[in-house]
Structure formats: structure tokens, C-alpha cells
Design a protein around this ligand. Structure first.
Ligand code: GRF
Length: 204
């Protein structure tokens, strides 16, 4: 079976990238990472791509006059590798409607909360401040409004009474590393369809 050709966009540490790299190293995994792009020079995730022998490059948004020009360069690099699906993995840029129209329902993201709750940044501290008893993480298709879009998979994680933001982030991250490869597998197997703002798995 031809494997789905994936490009991963990062800005930093790249632990979710690593989870995808590790999953794709399995012979029966239905997706292959063709290219890793960072908008931040020397992002640690680039070294992970290098160690795995995956093509990687920096496309620094500060080198472009507009979002559109920055995104055009990203699309050009992805299309040079005939990428079919784009995975944001800690990619800290908002993308435009134009980019998303080009990659219609072919961009996914992982976010460290149970969306639609706790969009945006500093999620874990906000979860603690709100006194939530549970939180989690979400893989979703990307829309131009930040941290919205059809949800593919979520995992729930308990909040413990003695948690600080760091401890909670670590517990959530463990689940991120499980659900991102799982969601990518489902998509690569053709089991996910998007109907409006809902993603269905095997039609359900
Ligand atoms: C993760 O928590 C992810 O959910 C969020 O940014 C963080 C990226 O971490 N979007 P890493 O770069 O994958 O280690």
C-alpha cells in the first residue's frame, strides 16, 4: 500500500514530531514523513529530523513581507516532496484561509487541552486556575480560527490535587504522543472523513 506522504511543521522541541517519526519507523505504518519545516532556526526538532534521516529545513517567517509569502514558500517546499497531509506539531504560527483552502482538510494539529475548552497558550496553568478535575489533548483539522476545527481524537487526563503546570503538562504530553500517531494512522488509512465541522471515523 502506498504510504501517505506527510510534512510536519514545527517551531520548537519537537517531541510530537518524534512520536510521529517513531510511529512511521514501523514497517506497517501507513504514513511517511517526507519533510520537516521549522519557522524557527535551530529549533531542537530539526535535530530530531536529522537524526532520523528526514529532509528538514528552516523557513523563517521573519524573512517574508507577508504571511501569504511565508506560506507560499512552505507550500512550495511541501509540494516539492508531493506531500498530501500537513501536520502541525508545536507550530506556533497561525495560518491563513488561503493556505487552508489550498490544503483543504489536509492540515491537522495537536493541542494540549480538550478542545473547545482552553484554546490558546498557557493551557495547563489556566486549567489549574479554573479548578478543572480533568483535561487532555486533541488532534483536530486546522481552521483559520486558532485551535478550532473538526476533532479526530481526544484523550482525557486527570488533574491531580498537587499538580503544577509542569507536572500536568508532562502527563498530558504522554497522551499527545499516543494520540497524534493514532490519528495520523486513521487518516492515512482513509478512515476519517470531514463533514462540515465534524470528523467521522469509519462513518461514525
Ligand atoms: C505540545 O504540547 C502541543 O500540543 C502544542 O505545543 C506543544 C509542542 O511540543 N501544540 P513539542 O514541540 O511537540 O514537544
Amino acid at each position: 500500500m502506498a504510504r501517505l506522504r506527510v510534512g510536519v511543521l514545527i517551531s520548537g522541541r519537537g517531541s510530537n514530531l518524534q512520536a510521529l517519526i517513531d510511529a512511521a519507523a514501523e514497517p506497517d505504518y501507513p504514513a511517511e514523513i517526507m519533510l520537516v519545516i521549522s519557522n524557527v532556526p535551530d529549533a531542537p526538532g530539526l535535530a530530531r529530523a536529522a537524526a532520523a534521516g528526514i529532509r528538514h529545513e528552516t523557513i523563517d517567517h521573519r524573512d517574508f513581507d507577508s504571511r501569504e509569502a511565508f506560506e507560499a514558500e512552505i507550500t512550495k517546499a511541501l509540494e516539492a516532496e508531493t506531500v498530501n497531509l500537513v501536520c502541525h506539531a508545536g507550530f506556533m504560527r497561525i495560518v491563513t484561509d488561503g493556505f487552508l483552502a489550498h490544503w483543504s482538510n489536509r492540515v491537522i494539529n495537536i493541542h494540549p487541552s480538550l478542545l473547545p475548552a482552553f484554546k490558546g497558550l498557557h493551557v495547563h496553568q489556566r486549567v489549574l486556575d479554573a479548578g478543572e478535575k480533568a483535561t487532555g489533548c486533541t488532534v483536530h483539522f486546522v481552521r483559520s480560527e486558532m485551535d478550532t476545527g473538526p476533532i479526530v481524537i481526544q484523550a482525557q487526563v486527570p488533574v491531580r490535587p498537587d499538580d503544577d503546570a509542569e507536572a500536568l503538562a508532562a502527563r498530558v504530553l504522554e497522551q499527545e504522543h499516543l494520540i497524534y500517531p493514532r490519528a495520523l494512522r486513521l487518516i492515512a488509512e482513509g478512515r476519517v472523513t470531514v463533514e462540515g465541522e465534524r470528523a467521522l471515523i469509519d462513518g461514525q
